[in-house]
Design a protein around this ligand. Structure first.
Ligand code: NCD
Length: 306
């Protein structure tokens, strides 16, 4: 069976993570120096996106090209692939398996990457499956924490906003369960609480987790403030979205309560949940975080084809 990347539950191994992050460090350096080893020559990677994307698709495509491989892609697969004609995801994946050496897939349905993996004979990389997971984002998030704070343990991390539909949160929580002496604060409106399956996982792994309704209750005590966008596209109608869309907004006044050594992260895109005035603060790490998508995805591809 090919080496699919479907969930961060496949990465719950400290040594595997350290190898990945070490490779990402080296690739970031090599990229700066223009000395990246061309380990993907002759490989074709298909990027099949049924949902919008800026960072994930372009950083994957750039990662493939930097490693000497080539890309075929469809950025609105729901409109421009045979899905329009009624072809199933399974059939589409079977076909693309014959044209590409790996498939990076984003799809609105939770479990879509898993379904694709059951019929693909090349690796499937889950680039976001509905409100399920987004494993490569979580890997670059953890890499960013390691880079910004110099550690991934002894942490108090607050995850704020849409914990229900936010797939990056789900994938990151799995990874954080590996960290020693970690405390997690979950801050969301009632409607956007973290689903039970992730709560159960944290309990099973004995990760101390506390829920709050106010950001003010924890902000002065966190090391990582992980903000998220309310996932409008997952709501059934505009009313429910309107009620919660501005539940948590990090502005300059609130930022004053954040410890000097802490960092603010966000998978992006941000809408209203972080005001533009926050960007100039040294602790705002989200643009550095987005940049880390390139070396981390290069490292994943290198390992996949290594
Ligand atoms: C995230 C996603 O698609 O889940 N974006 C990303 O890949 N960086 C977060 C989001 O869309 O809010």
């Amino acid at each position: 069976m090919p080496d699919h990347i479907l969930s961060t539950q496949q990465f719950l191994d400290p040594q595997r993570l350290e190898e990945l992050f070490g490779a990402a460090d080296q690739l970031a350096d090599a990229n700066r120096l223009g000395t990246v080893e061309q380990s993907l020559i002759g490989k074709v990677v298909a990027c099949i996106f049924y949902e919008p994307s800026t960072r994930t698709r372009l950083s994957f495509e750039s990662a493939v090209l930097k490693l000497g491989g080539q890309v075929i892609s469809t950025e609105s697969a729901g409109h421009f692939s045979s899905a329009v004609k009624g072809e199933t995801l399974e059939d589409t994946i079977r076909i693309i398996s014959g044209y590409a050496d790996a498939i990076v897939l984003r799809h609105p349905d939770s479990g879509a990457a898993q379904r694709a993996a059951t019929v693909a004979d090349v690796p499937i990389i889950n680039a976001g499956d509905g409100d399920g997971e987004h494993p490569t984002q979580a890997l670059l998030d953890l890499y960013t924490i390691r880079q910004e704070l110099g550690r991934t343990d002894q942490l108090h991390i607050a995850m704020v906003g849409d914990l229900r539909y936010g797939r990056t949160v789900h994938s990151l929580l799995y990874l954080l369960s590996l960290s020693a002496n970690i405390r997690i604060s979950l801050i969301s409106p009632e409607f956007l609480r973290l689903p039970q399956q992730y709560r159960d996982f944290l309990v099973a792994r004995s990760v101390p987790t506390v829920e709050h309704q106010q950001l003010e209750s924890v902000i002065s005590d966190v090391d990582v403030l992980y903000m998220t966008r309310v996932q409008k596209e997952r709501f059934s109608g505009p009313d429910a979205y309107e009620k919660v869309k501005d539940a948590f907004v990090l502005d300059q006044a609130l930022l004053e309560q954040l410890p000097a050594q802490a960092v603010v992260m966000h998978p992006l895109p941000r809408i209203t949940e972080i005001t533009a005035a926050v960007d100039a603060d040294q602790r705002a790490a989200y643009f550095r975080q987005a940049r880390n998508g390139l070396p981390v995805r290069m490292a994943l591809l290198q390992q996949l084809f290594g």
